[in-house]
Ligand binder design. Sequence first.
Ligand SMILES: [Zn+2]
Length: 327
Amino acid sequence: MINQLRTFFCLVLIGIAACVGDVLAQDDDVSVVFVGDLMLADLPGQRIKQGHNPFKPFASVLNKSDIRIGNLECVISNIGTAEDKPFTFRAHPRVLKLLKKHFDAVSLANNHTGDFGHAAFDQMLGFLTQAKMPFFGGGRDLHQAHQPLLFQRKGITIAVLGYNEFFPRSFEADVDRPGSAWSDDEQVVADIKAAREVHHADVVIPFMHWGVEDEPLATTRQQSLAKRMIDAGADAVVGSHPHVTQNIELYKGRPIVYSLGNFVFDGYSSVENTTGWALQLDVNRTGVRQARIHVARIDRYGTPHPSRKDAGQCWQHGESSFADCRP
Ligand SMILES: [Zn+2]
């Protein structure tokens, strides 16, 4: 009888231990949120000058996350001359305070951080450093542009890398020139491997700037590079640039969210262009454990608002499809 009681208590204790273990594992998740294009010039820039904060309506979502990352789709500078291209975006340094308040890092790997030349880009690096605003996907030279940005949270190391592959390539960093990181395939693979082997990252996530504008489906180029990155050790691949959200795929059980769409951007009116995703990846030492999409509706001022049609948690590790993830 005593033995039976002991067995019973052991089973109960084992049950509790397993249960507590489970709960702890989830509490130990690090939530990383990615948003798409942050264009802080034009109307959003004017509104910020007037005292508005375009991040405020979404702050409750962003602030719940451990790491908040956005694609800075402009240069922050007060020097330089606009490049000869259809759209050029230069934000006033006053935006830094708001960025710092709502984000833990920005990617500089896109087709707009070079809009006012390499000197303006270099000045931005100084501003970001002064503001203690971490950045990746760009740097003072080629070497720094390809370094992973490392976050240490809850005992795990998370690395993010950023790459642009939308022209002009002249914005690219060089051995002695500041600029962004270009997605040269061999280099991307080497960077991902180095993030694991040299920097000892537990989780590696490349943030891409790629794809065709206004196109809801990823190109074969995006698909093949995403797979190559996962083969090299990426735990997930996230992207922006098309100004619309794109399809989501799984490869080797790892999520590829090709485009998050816009986040802070004015000048658009279609539902597709004014819908953005804040992608929340809950990660642990083994990779991405679950994903959630917070849908943003962007108003005429370029300000994102949480949608009532929030898709919620939409994928867990081991599930074979992201089908329920799209709102
Ligand atoms: Zn872009």
